[in-house]
Design a protein around this ligand. Structure first.
Ligand code: HPA
Length: 273
């Protein structure tokens, strides 16, 4: 664990020195959701492979760069491409960038992802504001010795997604005239998509959308006291009765279309902060 702390600190030292800023806002862009990266002002890009200690991304549709810049005049640090558990990274590797953000001084984290809509009323191509989650990954990034300076051994999880940020996201969607859903996200490891029986179970458990990311990052962000807003692009219908064969290409294509709406919501929420 000490080695991990040292790795995080060396990444933070490197990034502080090279970027010269201390952003309060962190953003994670999921698969196919890179739109916001294009509108970042004064971008300073760091390839994950150039940052000491950083894991390297392998998933399709992922760029693998950390970008510092301004959105609506506010400093942000943006991850273009995340690390997935199914790629073979440990939970600590998946959440390494969140620890980096914590030590950089990030106070707000915006997370995005693509997910399958379990709720039968959900249409594909619309964003869902994540109101809560279920960790169904069978692992947890906080397992192991606790780093007391980073957060408590038994962190509270009564408000994983910040209520005030949810309100602001709803207001932003209204003002941008974008239809949004609200719901519970269940995280699985993947990499296979779910069987009909699994989808039925997740729906019965109370989930509205299913995906393969986000929950580890949110757990660590909450451990760190960072406030979280989660937005999910509903890319396919994950409803057992009308389940069709699903490909990653389809998911990426719809995510790209939905990403534009999610970018507008995030940009507007940033102006309210
Ligand atoms: N299941 C799991 N992950 C996903 C899905 C899905 O249907 N769609 C996009 N990511």
């Amino acid at each position: 664990m000490n080695q991990y702390v040292e790795k995080v600190k060396s990444a933070v030292d490197f990034l502080k020195q090279k970027s010269g800023v201390a952003p309060q806002i962190g953003i994670i862009l999921g698969s196919g959701l890179g739109k916001i990266a294009d509108v970042l002002q004064e971008p300073k890009k760091f390839h994950y492979s150039d940052i000491p200690g950083f894991p390297i991304s392998t998933a399709p549709g992922h760029k693998g760069e950390l970008i510092f810049g301004k959105l609506n005049n506010k400093d942000v640090v943006l991850m273009n491409g995340r690390f997935h558990y199914y790629e073979g990274y440990s939970m600590q590797e998946v959440t390494f960038p969140i620890r980096v953000m914590q030590l950089l001084g990030v106070k707000y984290l915006f997370v995005t992802n693509a997910s399958g809509g379990l709720n039968p009323v959900f249409d594909v191509g619309k964003p869902m504001i994540i109101t809560d989650h279920i960790n169904f990954m069978g692992d947890n990034p906080l397992i192991g010795p606790n780093v007391e300076e980073w957060g408590p051994r038994f962190p509270d999880m009564s408000e994983p997604y910040d209520k005030e940020l949810i309100k602001l996201a709803k207001r932003a969607a209204r003002e941008e005239k974008i239809d949004v859903y609200e719901g519970v996200y269940v995280a699985v490891t993947g990499p296979n998509f779910e069987t009909p029986a699994e989808l039925k179970m997740f729906r019965n458990l109370g989930a509205d959308a299913v995906g393969m990311s986000t929950v580890p990052e949110v757990i660590v962000a909450r451990h760190a006291g960072i406030k979280v807003l989660g937005l999910s692009a509903i890319t396919d219908r994950a409803v057992p009765e009308d389940l069709k064969p699903l490909s990653a290409e389809e998911v990426l294509e719809i995510a790209e279309k939905t990403g534009e709406k999610m970018a507008r919501i995030i940009l507007r929420v940033i102006t309210y902060l």
